[in-house]
Design a binder for this molecule. Structure first.
Ligand code: NAP
Ligand code: ZN
Length: 352
């Protein structure tokens, strides 16, 4: 069994620390990957600290990481799509049943039997799957993505979760020229949403609690920035938005955003705060507004998003860190102090 270096959280309250894990021997459909970079998603923090225990209990030790970019180091005998040396990505999913109605439509993220990159039962090795805070991984070829060569690998890593999670609802809700789109929360997901909505031709307004992010928001593609704690600034936009994407990681009031939607406008949540968010009925009733959610994206759409990024030269704005800075990175993420995604340089694991 090949061993891999990794960082894991041993419990809900302990910091992440160096460890060694097993990876399976590549089977006939598998791709073995040397991980070069892994993005740091707020979901990694929620999961490592068991903040989603109402929905899924974290299994310890846990190795987070689902924004993986790496080089193929070997392929199984049935693998036709990849060969040694290819630059590839792995996102939040590493398998699914392949024959449910969702999988048949390429919506593997809704498969009842999907296997998450970390924290799902591991049918090969027992225990649970281990994610990308590691120097290698072995993944079925159907869940490996091609990464356009013109993209910087460190900055492309976040596309595998932050990228697809924002691209998918923007496409689903028909964002494009002539549409007024709001993005709530300028973090890892939010800043990708701004880049995509702008590239799709929409007019983008960013809602932030951090006035210091205003200039960045404009540079990323927003036409206007609203500091959401200012009720007067919010009120100016009443009833004007076609679509708003909420990418906030913590408890906050979503009702003021519903009021900003036009008739038939939609507010989609991608943020996954640990506690339920209260929703008032009347702002939804008046104007037939809707509230929905969205979960990452399927494999075909993830490839479409990566190709779109290749064509438009889109990647994340990253701060590259060595892996021994991961615990500091989590604390900074909690303070909304990330510009705009941490990307772990996995070569730093060699000295651990
Ligand atoms: P992040 O980088 O930490 O960004 C979150 C942003 O939310 C912050 O930068 C901040 O933006 C805003 N924020 C934080 N605390 C707030 C508060 N108390 N009130 C209002 N705004 C606040 O996180 P991320 O990695 O982008 O992830 C965002 C959320 O999406 C997380 O809950 C994550 O688990 C979830 N997620 C969901 C999916 C999915 O498939 N649906 C996929 C990935 C992640 P400002 O400074 O601009 O206010
Ligand atoms: Zn994520």
């Amino acid at each position: 069994m090949p061993a891999a270096k990794a960082y894991s959280a041993p419990s809900q309250t302990s910091p992440l620390q160096p460890t060694t894990i097993d990876r399976r021997e590549p089977k006939e459909n598998d791709v073995a990957i040397e991980i070069l970079f892994c993005g740091v998603c707020h979901s990694d923090l929620h999961y490592a600290r068991n903040e989603w225990s109402d929905v899924m209990e974290t299994v310890y030790p846990c190795v987070p990481g689902h924004e993986i970019i790496g080089r193929v180091t070997g392929v199984g005998s049935n693998v036709s799509k990849f060969s040694e040396g290819d630059l590839v990505g792995v996102g939040c999913l590493v398998n699914s049943d392949g024959d449910c109605p969702n999988c048949s439509e390429g919506l593997q993220q809704f498969c009842p039997n999907m296997v998450l990159t970390y924290g799902s039962p591991d049918e090969h090795l027992g225990g649970v799957t281990y994610g990308g805070y590691s120097d290698s991984i072995v993944v079925d070829q159907e869940f490996v993505l091609r990464v356009p060569d013109n993209l910087d690998p460190a900055a492309a890593a976040p596309l595998l979760c932050a990228g697809i999670t924002t691209y998918s609802p923007l496409r689903h809700w028909g964002v494009g020229p002539g549409k007024k789109v709001g993005v709530v929360g300028l973090g890892g997901l939010g800043h990708m949403a701004v880049k995509f909505a702008h590239a799709m031709g929409a007019d983008v307004v960013v809602f932030t609690t951090s006035p210091g992010k205003t200039e960045d928001a404009l540079r990323l593609g927003a036409g206007e920035v609203v500091v959401s704690r200012n009720a007067d600034e919010m009120a100016k936009h009443f009833g004007t938005f076609d679509f708003i994407l909420d990418a906030v990681s913590a408890e906050h009031d979503i009702n003021p955003y519903v009021m900003l939607l036009k008739r038939d406008g939609n507010l989609t949540l991608v943020g996954a705060p640990e506690k339920p968010l209260p929703v008032a009925a009347f702002p939804l009733l008046f104007g037939r507004r809707s509230l929905s959610g969205s979960l990452i994206g399927g494999i075909p759409e993830t490839q479409e998003m990566l190709d779109f990024c290749g064509e438009h030269g889109i990647t994340a704005d990253v701060e590259v860190i060595p892996i021994d800075k991961i615990n500091d990175a989590y604390e900074r993420m909690l303070k909304s102090d990330v510009k705009y995604r941490f990307s772990i340089d996995m070569s730093s694991l060699k000295s651990e």
